[in-house]
Design a protein around this ligand. Sequence first.
Ligand code: SF4
Ligand code: SF4
Length: 163
Amino acid sequence: MDKSSPPLMSHHSFTITIIGCPNCCMTPYFSDFGIICNYRPAVNHEKCVQCGACGNYCTEEAISLESGDLVIDYEKCVRCGGCVKECPADALYIDRKCYKVVVGGCGSRHPQIARTVTECTDVTGVLQILNKVLHLCKQAPFKGRELSFHEVIEKYGIEALQQ
Ligand code: SF4
Ligand code: SF4
């Protein structure tokens, strides 16, 4: 901050939001870099008594009891992990904890919702993406003003972070 001229303002800062579940109450989708903790559920069919409590709980309608067999639709599931706590038979469990990474969000004059780089990666994957982000920021040209990070993403494409 001491070295900057003109004075740094809030829109100059690079914002990183880390959130513990997909409810996203701290708005990672309006941050430059958002890390969203995910909990993927799975079922132990031998323990399941088919009571339907998990399906009633899931507001994403990701759980169904088809032909007497419990099915989790991972396309619909947002990996909140909430259904696991609802199961009275201890049949549901978290089989993978991982991190969704979103980038390029901005809540300014022209709001932008952050775009998804990956739905599910580990800590190493998060740090690799963050390194690529910082590299792109350093490459970005200056034309009278600094580019916002969502403009950097528009220039280089989200694919530059997915390779
Ligand atoms: S983890 Fe959340 S979204 Fe996924 S099936 Fe369970 S309650 Fe539904
Ligand atoms: S709450 Fe548990 S026991 Fe009931 S249907 Fe779901 S997984 Fe099966």
